[in-house]
Design a binder for this molecule. Structure first.
Ligand SMILES: NC(=O)c1ccc[n+]([C@@H]2O[C@H](COP(=O)([O-])OP(=O)(O)OC[C@H]3O[C@@H](n4cnc5c(N)ncnc54)[C@H](O)[C@@H]3O)[C@@H](O)[C@H]2O)c1
Ligand SMILES: [Zn+2]
Length: 278
């Protein structure tokens, strides 16, 4: 685990003194033991935003990374992840998501998902609260035991009817010949996910939770896709301490008060353990 405050090479932009310690420990702003929380003396509310990095070690590909190996380095998102692409060539778009759905059904939650489910459970037991917002379209948080997951970019294991707007659980391949289970219309079903150019879901609920949070933590997200990439600035504007947990610094890393760098399966369980102790 690398703590940015302890490494001047990872932290060249910060003016304040670095803590010099023999071994990296946890970052000061990452656990919700903030002055803000002390002053409020109320129940604690932690807001976690997850991205593709939290599912990377479950074998699901990320979208962008600095090694140029993300999904969008191999495929053109404009041909696969826009409403226009779907209107032009539904078979190709559906086949892309069929492959991803099969991949997801073969994947398992990893220790980072399990730790976040534990965080939700144990915060609730103390009268505290977790808001878990994910950009991921997988269901690995749920399969690890998380009860309340806000899927701002939709869900791969659902199909939505463009005619009646009903969403249906969908585990099989999706074809242009499939009929909507509610209205029977054939050819109107699409993956229930948010494509480029479409509005993410639950933005009002997310905004309310950001205002109310005592700590904002972004895990495994590159900070490149808005509006999620802007949540850290929003949290800061509300005076909420912010922490990045990532394999490497995100595009918006400068906006975080603190950071913990390393693989999610190692860093997230350690962070949860420390946070529950704080
Ligand atoms: N329809 C679609 O398929 C579509 C289209 C466009 C955008 N999007 C959305 O864009 C969103 C933004 O992407 P994102 O930020 O979630 O993913 P991303 O691929 O852009 O970034 C992944 C991040 O995870 C980090 N990472 C990689 N392995 C890690 C590990 N083992 N542990 C910790 N971190 C690790 C990387 O360093 C990187 O910062 C996506 O979630 C996706 O919903 C989806
Ligand atoms: Zn329908």
């Amino acid at each position: 685990m690398v703590n940015r405050h302890l490494d001047p090479h990872l932290n060249p932009w910060r003016g304040h003194a670095l803590r010099i310690e023999a071994r990296p420990t946890v970052a000061r702003h990452c656990h919700g033991a903030s002055e803000r929380l002390g002053k409020r003396a109320m129940s604690r509310h932690i807001f976690v935003l997850t991205g593709a990095g939290v599912s990377a070690e479950s074998g699901l590909g990320t979208f962008r990374d600095k090694a140029g190996e993300g999904i969008w380095a191999k495929f053109d998102p404009m041909k696969l992840a826009t409403p226009q692409a779907f209107a032009r060539d539904p078979q190709t778009v559906l086949a892309f998501y069929d492959a991803r759905r099969r991949n997801l059904l073969a994947a398992r939650p990893n220790p980072a998902h399990v730790a976040l489910a534990r965080l939700e459970r144990e915060l609730a037991a103390k009268g505290d609260r977790l808001t878990l917002v994910t950009q991921n379209i997988d269901d690995l948080h749920e399969r690890a035991g998380s009860k309340e997951v806000v899927h701002m970019h939709g869900e791969l294991l659902k199909a939505r009817c463009q005619s009646c707007e009903a969403a249906h659980a969908w585990l099989n391949d999706l074809t242009v010949g499939d009929a909507c289970p509610r209205c029977d219309r054939v050819g109107a079903l699409r993956p229930d996910i948010v494509w480029f150019g479409e509005f993410p879901h639950h933005l009002h609920e997310i905004d309310r939770a950001l205002r109310d949070a005592d700590l904002f933590v972004a895990i495994g997200t590159s900070g490149a896709v808005y509006p999620a990439a802007g949540f850290v600035a929003e949290a800061r504007a509300f005076g909420v301490p912010t922490c990045e947990i990532n394999l490497e610094a995100a595009d918006n890393a400068l906006l975080f008060d603190d950071a913990l760098y390393g693989p999610a399966t190692e860093i997230v369980p350690a962070w949860v353990e420390e946070t529950l102790r704080t």
